[in-house]
Write a new protein. Structure first.
Length: 164
């Protein structure tokens, strides 16, 4: 995970590139969430070669925004596994788990508007466009990363789409 989090290309849509210490704190936070029976990201492993390729999961957020508190589906994969369908397959799995097994009413996903790869994943997993160009409160307003796009899907919509 440290190699992924320290990769400039992977982290170009995040506020910063993680140091080893940042990644260690990230992993400790994930473990703490598991210990408290909270939602967190999961290790994402390639089925073909059992290699760790990143993380995918649902997390709870309550930072100040018009759509929070919320549950968010997110992913971060090693760049060598991009455009292979891994993010889509894994995100579909955790989205299904959250909406069907956990009965979460709504799950969102958001990204800087310039992150077309993640936006494509949001669309492929059945999420619906909600709002474009909101300024994310965790980014500096002058940063090109502050302008975000928001997708969401409700449990009801997901169940309806499954019947199609």
């Amino acid at each position: 995970m440290s190699e992924i989090n320290s990769c400039e290309e992977v982290m170009r849509f995040f506020p910063k590139i993680y140091t080893f210490e940042d990644t260690l704190n990230f992993v400790k936070n994930v473990i703490k969430k598991y210990e408290n029976n909270d939602l967190a990201v999961y290790a994402c492993v390639s089925k073909s070669n059992n290699t760790f390729i990143g993380s995918v999961g649902i997390t709870y957020h309550n930072f100040k925004s018009f759509f929070t508190p919320c549950y968010e589906v997110g992913w971060r994969l090693d760049k060598q596994y991009w455009n292979e369908g891994y993010a889509t397959e894994a995100a579909k799995g955790v989205l299904n788990y959250g909406l069907i097994e956990l009965c979460i009413d709504e799950i969102v996903s958001y990204s800087p508007v310039i992150n077309t790869g993640s936006i494509r994943v949001m669309q492929k997993i059945g999420m619906k466009f909600y709002q474009e160009y909101f300024n994310h409160t965790l980014w500096d307003k002058n940063s090109p990363l502050s302008k975000h796009i928001l997708y969401r899907i409700t449990r009801e919509e997901y169940l309806r789409d499954l019947k199609k």
